[in-house]
Unconditional design. Structure first.
Length: 363
């Protein structure tokens, strides 16, 4: 019992020790990790420990508080730690590679952990990841077909050198779509697509945003596609804006919507019946897009959101002369052109949308 308590105290001391990086999860950066891999010598959070548990050849985990720690394991942890592991396993992470956080989907976190420790993809072996070659890829993905009924296998081709992505149907020699890397974006959409490896690809065609919904059975394959798209985008941004510093460029490689969900909206006269629509807020492009269904290829419309000093604001009341049957929370989005009125299901939803919209107006 003495050993047990003494060792636990030493371990918790190690977890808090300055200059070790042990106070944050070695894999997702979550604060105060409660678990550790005694085979790798790193401190990790509960979520990441679950992924490590499935890789017994390379990692073995214990709880800092609930498990007994032998003295030799404590010594091992002392000689290693998170900063040591980062220097070894993340020595050569390419600038375009997406490093997941704790809120990211399972497949991203899983493949990041496997890429680091199992496949040793970022060890300092002198291999330089050239974004142009990393941004070139071809293979099959399952793509949601017309009418949102089923997924069909399609051949995809990405070329950073040409700055294009194409996809083909089975029979055709001619691509079904040619997508410029300039407007290409990709984001994981697990719940929306209903698949653990679901990826939403967007691009602009004829001035409209177009959505493609794809997945691959292999987690590694879909994450490799995601990072290949990021590499192609990075190559494009680097060559197009050579003087923009790296920290400003990285956040612009790909983006996720800051908020998505259902609200009801009325038409321009504000006398039309309210209809349920699926809204997506793209803060980087300053656009609020709305769709009839979450998996539609094209938006029914979009609202540009400028800054407060340009006459944009969000209010939690109705414009004069507008009347709503339902006693539900409302949002009025004021633009210089017109006022848009939305109905939310509850107060929490109203607050979340108002915060998100205000975030764009003030940025």
């Amino acid at each position: 019992a003495m050993d047990y308590d003494h060792n636990k105290a030493l371990l918790l001391e190690l977890q808090r020790a300055a200059g070790t990086g042990n106070d944050r999860c070695a894999d997702c950066g979550d604060p105060d990790p409660e678990w550790a891999s005694y085979k790798l010598g790193i401190f990790i959070c509960l979520n990441c420990s679950g992924i490590h548990r499935n890789l017994p050849e390379i990692s073995r985990v214990k709880s800092l508080r609930l498990d007994f720690w032998e003295s030799n394991l404590i010594e091992f942890m002392r000689n290693h730690g998170n900063l040591w592991a980062k220097a070894k396993y993340e020595a050569k992470v390419p600038p375009y590679y997406y490093i997941p956080k704790s809120h990211d989907c399972m497949v991203l976190r899983q493949q990041w952990i496997r890429a680091k420790y199992e496949r040793g993809e970022f060890l300092d072996t002198g291999v330089c990841h050239d974004p142009c070659s990393a941004g070139s890829r071809e293979g099959c993905l399952w793509k949601l077909g017309k009418g949102r009924r089923q997924f069909q296998k399609r051949q995809f081709l990405l070329s950073a050198k040409e700055g294009l992505m194409k996809y083909y149907t089975k029979e055709s020699k001619v691509p079904k779509a040619i997508i410029s890397v300039e407007t290409l974006n990709a984001m994981f959409q697990v719940e929306k697509i209903g698949h653990n490896h679901g990826l939403q690809i967007t691009y602009i065609t004829d001035g409209q945003t177009r959505n493609l919904f794809v997945y691959h059975e292999s987690g590694k394959e879909i994450v490799d596609w995601f990072n290949a798209i990021r590499a192609a985008r990075y190559h494009y941004l680097r060559t197009t804006f050579p003087n923009v510093p790296e920290p400003e460029l990285i956040p612009r490689i790909t983006r996720s919507f800051v908020k998505e969900g259902y609200m009801e909206k009325t038409g321009p006269k504000q006398k039309e019946a309210f209809k349920v629509r699926w809204f997506c807020l793209d803060s980087q492009e300053r656009n609020l897009l709305y769709f009839k269904n979450p998996l539609d290829a094209f938006a029914q419309g979009q609202v540009f959101i400028g800054r407060r000093d340009e006459g944009y604001e969000v209010r939690d009341d109705l414009p004069q002369k507008v009347w709503v049957k339902k006693k539900k929370p409302v949002i009025t989005l004021v633009t210089p052109v017109r006022e848009f009125v939305f109905i939310c299901d509850n107060d929490r939803q109203q607050k979340e949308w108002m915060d998100a919209l205000n975030g764009v107006i003030t940025q």
